[in-house]
Design a protein around this ligand. Structure first.
Ligand code: AMP
Length: 214
């Protein structure tokens, strides 16, 4: 099964994608993670993307389309993939349709996580991850059991994203409403769109998604 998780930054796409990976053996394809890896490695793509990401804007479509097209050709997508953070524009959505058709792949569902804007800034600004295993935490909503120690792997090193600050979040939300939300009707028309209440507790969101995917 191949799906898209769609929603504003902080909607819980990454959290739910990780659960689907564990429970269903699907693979999370997060374009944000790919770009952050490219920035950290200092590749040509990373150098182009860095300042755009720090400003909370969108990286040009042609770069993103090329990135995801190459990624879909890797073998680990064969058990199903979860697109997290792609597509983010109408051009990306249209290019995705074309590339899936060419590759003989099918998109099963587009799950839209619906969250009030007012809740998003607080969710994003407080979040951080274990630097070793990647487990996600939040200053207020999800602290490790022992302060400063990762519940999952015991590491004491944590990291925060450079763009998870109040100022950049405003631009990211603007980009979402201005450029990404317009693709929702596109998937509705294609009969692929399912909405999920992203304001619910994390486990409840997971249950809703399970009920849709079967
Ligand atoms: P994310 O981790 O999905 O929140 O993405 C972090 C940042 O990476 C975004 O704010 C954009 O600058 C960039 N980015 C990620 N995915 C895309 C995409 N599909 N199109 C354009 N820019 C993207």
């Amino acid at each position: 099964m191949n799906i898209i998780l769609l929603g504003p930054p902080g909607a819980g796409k990454g959290t739910q994608a990780k659960r689907l990976e564990t429970e269903r053996g699907m693979i999370q394809l997060s374009t944000g993670d790919m770009l952050r890896a490219a920035v950290a490695a200092g590749t040509a793509l990373g150098q182009k993307a860095k300042s755009i990401m720090e400003a909370g804007q969108l990286v040009p479509d042609d770069l993103m389309i090329g990135l995801i097209s190459e990624r879909l050709d890797q073998d680990d997508t064969k058990n199903g993939f979860i697109l997290d953070g792609f597509p983010r524009t109408t051009a990306q959505a249209e290019a995705l349709d074309v590339m899936l058709e060419k590759k003989g792949l099918k998109l099963d569902y587009v799950l839209q996580l619906v969250v009030d804007d007012a809740a998003l800034t607080g969710r994003i600004v407080g979040r951080y991850t274990c630097a070793k295993c990647g487990k996600g935490y939040h200053d207020e909503f999800e602290k490790p059991a022992i302060d400063g120690v990762c519940d999952a792997c015991g590491s004491t090193e944590f990291k925060r994203r450079a763009d998870d600050n109040a100022e950049t979040v405003m631009s990211r939300l603007e980009a979402y409403h201005g450029q990404t939300a317009p693709i929702i009707p596109y998937y509705k028309q294609a009969g692929k769109l399912k909405t999920v209440d992203g304001m619910a507790e994390i486990d409840e969101v997971t249950r809703e998604i399970k009920a849709i995917l079967g």
